[in-house]
Ligand binder design. Structure first.
Ligand SMILES: NCc1[nH]cc(CCC(=O)O)c1CC(=O)O
Length: 294
């Protein structure tokens, strides 16, 4: 029996079910155990005030270390980049679409929103990149789950909200998307759309069970993105966008990493290519480049 710990939100549940079903298809028995987290308990305070990076994952990690669960399913973009003693990411399954989307009133796109329109997003990364487009729209902080955020549009409190496409896909709510934002305008959060299945580092039976869920291309991409973030020493709420993809280079597959860093005077964007089997080097190199030119 594999004990799988998950947060209680609808999205976390959908993600846990994906992993549980994949393991069941491989012949394992899986028990899903819901676990409360600080981020879920306090839905009102700005994330930065109640602990920032990690508020959604610390209870799950505690449960792993206490041997109350065997695996924890995380959204990789909510997982702090610093490794934890005794734990490891046993599998990174194939990624969902990593892009951000707009859910706007009246089916509008970003370019169709009138000047002065109010866009709800609590993420400095999204606000910085949207501001840099010079559309004359205004970003305002919002929190809450996907339902709450879309509700702000329906009730007319904001004209639009920006969300991760992956979350809406997993909740079966893609029909509400009015525009998928091109990464040339808005780069997603490092790790967005990917799941990380965490387990105890020495748990060989669980590591073996998780191995078939692994997608090497996704791991390479998110490793580069998360290394970029770690090197920039930014937490989950800092204005860093990143997207890596395995592309066909002259001598075979290579990793292409794009990065965006929000600053007082705008957003700096750079990209670089590197070896698929050396994502850490690529992430660091692009981070240094982004910093040098500031
Ligand atoms: N910060 C909350 C969060 N964490 C993961 C997702 C979506 C799923 C994913 O990115 O894998 C979301 C919601 C959102 O940003 O719209």
């Amino acid at each position: 029996m594999i004990r799988l710990g998950t947060r209680r939100s609808a999205l976390a549940n959908a993600q846990a079910t994906l992993v549980a079903d994949a393991l069941r298809n491989l012949g394992h028995e899986v028990e899903v155990i819901p676990i409360a987290t600080t981020g879920d308990a306090d839905k009102v305070s700005p994330v930065e005030q109640i602990g920032g990076t990690g508020i959604y994952v610390s209870s799950l990690r505690d449960a792993l270390l206490a041997d109350e669960i065997d695996i924890a399913v995380h959204s990789l973009k909510d997982l702090p980049t610093a490794p934890i003693d005794g734990l490891t990411i046993g599998a990174i399954p194939v990624r969902e679409d990593p892009r951000d989307v707009l859910v706007a009133r009246d089916g509008l796109t970003l370019g169709e929103l009138p000047r002065g329109a109010l866009i709800g997003t609590g993420a400095p990364r999204r606000a910085a990149q949207i501001d840099a487009l010079g559309l004359g729209v205004e970003c305002t902080g919002v929190r809450g789950n996907v339902d709450t955020r879309i509700g702000l549009v329906t009730s007319g409190k904001v004209d639009a909200v920006v969300l991760a496409r992956a979350g809406l896909a997993r909740l079966g709510r893609l029909a509400e998307v009015t525009e998928t934002l091109d990464p040339i305008q808005v780069l997603p959060s490092p790790g967005q759309g990917a799941l990380g299945v965490e387990c105890r580092a020495g748990d060989t039976a669980i590591l073996a069970a998780l191995a078939p869920l692994e997608d090497p291309a996704t791991r390479a991409a998110v490793t580069a993105e998360r290394q970029l973030l770690a090197t920039l020493e930014a937490g989950c709420t800092a204005p860093v966008g990143a997207l890596a993809e395995v592309v066909e280079g002259e001598d075979g597959p290579e990793l292409w990493l794009r990065g965006a860093l929000g600053q007082d005077d705008g957003v700096r964007r750079l990209s670089a290519n590197g070896a698929v089997d050396d994502p850490v080097v690529l992430g660091k190199a692009l981070a240094y480049e982004l910093l040098e030119r500031t």
